[in-house]
Design a protein around this ligand. Structure first.
Ligand code: 9MR
Length: 541
């Protein structure tokens, strides 16, 4: 049976407006766009696109971009199928931007979540004992105060490399997207004179600073000694908490984001900015003296490994941020002599917690001519991938094997398009970001929005120990604005293996709380959503 997938939130009046038809037909078909009063407002013919490798479906594109009517409740019809309803509006994404950022307050550790600020999500402070945590036997013989920060994902571990890329992306958005300095996030600090987004990011930055050991190296992570069952609310977690060993990657993450933070916070809190910059300098020097302390892949008990045995990209990224903040020659030299400054860093996906070279490049692109040209070249490549894709996804990894957290890879490739738009002002990059967001919000093989509370059919059972409504109806679903990790060809968990084995990439997803490899939530993934939603909100008028 035919099916039409659309962006269920809707389409910006000033943006591209396309849907994907799944049909057995090979020849072009007629389509109609209908408004909520059942009036036909546009008609046309589909463009056959053939088999989509990511879903195995025979597809056509429906383009209703010429529609100039606004409203809610539009549907598009072709081959006997009718899409879910959607809006066409001048301005659509303000709520998505706010929700994607409000997500972080509910992930906070070490502080009560206030019911008046997040109705349905109030809970006592989790892990107050994180103020005095011992090293595990292989990590040292001291204790640190590592309270605060955000819980990483559905688990209650706190990992420096994932916190690092998250902070970086949120601060990059703050620096380069409009409107984030005045956005109200309904957090305890709202109204204190500092932008809410910076207050939220500081909650994590303070934690990252606390993870720095005497001598300047930074602990890779801290988490429970053993895995806890679902559900477990943070304040009811009985597992002992431990610091895992220091790593070069974690140390360079602190160097990168403390340097970036120093630049951005200097307008609001000079002494905090100085503290950040001092920490960034000592971290960078400590990493230079200890360049091969790698977090091992086997470290998977009680928390994820976040293993990484190539930190040349972290060195490049940290040097880039230190250079942008200080302008000092030593950091300029480190950037210019890094092989990654000239390497092609825009592969199947642009960046994530382990691959940070593109983060350095995207930071430098606003002031460095070589970096600027490379971002534009990378963006052109992602645009070509998107144009060839029947669902307009700018992500097509080799063999169409989609990675863990693919939603964030799709979005981070759009970030490259967004920066290219900043650099050139050319509409094709802006349109690419907007059309790329369609996939996340329902124009996909599952007809599912991967963002809780946005769209008509959305993911709401993401793997989490406390938003565990699926297991205990007294607990909430994840808050609106929570991104699901998304299709993952690896199918590492048992639910996914039992239900999804052998399927094409886009079908390697299930909205089940126990499918931790396809349906988790995570701080880094929501940062990708926040960046792109911030871009899209800014395109409204
Ligand atoms: O996002 C991480 C992904 O890139 C890795 O392939 C995967 C396996 O190492 O781990 C993911 O991170 C998880 C972390 O280890 C623990 N907290 C939840 C994270 C999201 O699933």
């Amino acid at each position: 049976m035919a099916n039409i997938a659309v962006n269920q939130v809707g389409y910006l009046l000033s943006g591209p407006k396309r849907a994907t038809l799944v049909t057995d037909a090979d020849a072009a078909l007629s389509w109609q766009l209908t408004d909520d009063g059942n009036r036909i407002v546009a008609t046309g013919t589909t463009v056959p696109r053939g088999i989509d490798a990511s879903s195995g479906q025979n597809t056509h594109t429906i383009d209703f971009g010429t529609c100039e009517q606004t409203g809610a409740g539009f549907t598009v019809t072709a081959d006997g199928a009718t899409s879910r309803p959607f809006a066409i509006a001048g301005d659509l994404y303000g709520r998505l931007r706010a929700d994607a950022l409000k997500f972080y307050y509910c992930q906070r550790s070490g502080i009560e979540i206030r019911e008046d600020l997040r109705p349905g999500y109030g809970r006592p402070a989790g892990h107050p004992g994180d103020s005095d945590v011992p090293c595990a036997p292989d990590a040292g013989d001291y204790r640190l105060d590592v309270r605060g920060g955000w819980y990483d994902a559905g688990d209650q571990g706190k990992y420096v490399v994932n916190g690092g890329i998250t902070v970086w992306q949120l601060l990059h958005a703050f620096e380069h997207r409009r409107g984030l300095d005045t956005l109200v996030l309904d957090i305890p600090e709202s109204g204190d004179g500092t932008p809410d987004l910076l207050d939220e990011v500081r909650w994590e930055l303070d934690f990252l600073l606390r993870m720095q050991a005497p001598g300047g190296l930074v602990h890779h992570k801290m988490h429970d000694r053993e895995w806890t069952p679902l559900p477990t609310l943070p304040h009811l977690d009985k597992q002992p908490r431990e610091l895992r060993p220091v790593s070069t990657a974690a140390t360079l993450n602190l160097a990168a984001v403390a340097a970036q933070g120093a630049r951005i916070f200097s307008r609001y809190d000079v002494s905090y900015a100085e503290r950040l910059l001092a920490a960034a300098r000592t971290a960078y020097a400590a990493a230079g003296a200890n360049p091969i302390r790698y977090a091992p892949v086997e470290d998977t008990v009680g928390g994820g490994p976040y293993n990484d045995d190539d930190v040349s990209d972290e060195f490049y990224w940290a040097a880039a941020e230190l250079f942008l903040t200080t302008g000092e020659q030593q950091y300029a030299d480190a950037v210019l002599t890094s092989p990654l400054h000239t390497a092609d860093v825009f592969g199947p996906y642009a960046f994530d917690w382990a691959a940070t070279a593109a983060a350095g490049r995207l930071a430098l692109a606003y002031t460095d001519e070589r970096a600027r040209a490379s971002v534009i070249a990378g963006a052109d490549r992602y645009l070509a991938v998107q144009r060839a894709h029947p669902y307009a996804v700018a992500y097509a990894p080799p063999g169409d094997r989609w990675e863990w957290g693919s939603s964030s890879m799709v979005l981070n490739n759009l970030v490259v398009l967004g920066v290219a738009y900043d650099l050139t002002g050319e509409d094709r990059y802006r349109d690419g970001v907007l059309e790329g967001l369609d996939y996340i919000l329902g124009r996909n093989a599952l007809n599912l929005s991967f963002v809780t509370g946005h769209g008509t059919d959305y993911a709401k059972n993401q793997h989490s120990r406390w938003y565990a409504h699926q297991l205990d109806p007294a607990l909430p679903h994840p808050p609106d604005g929570t991104l699901a990790g998304g299709p993952n060809s690896g199918l590492q968990d048992e639910v996914a293996q039992a239900r999804l084995a052998g399927r094409p990439a886009q079908f390697c997803y299930i909205d089940d709380i126990n499918s931790w490899s396809t349906n988790e939530l995570a701080i880094n993934w929501n940062a990708a959503l926040a960046w792109v939603a911030g871009f899209a909100a800014d395109c409204g008028r």
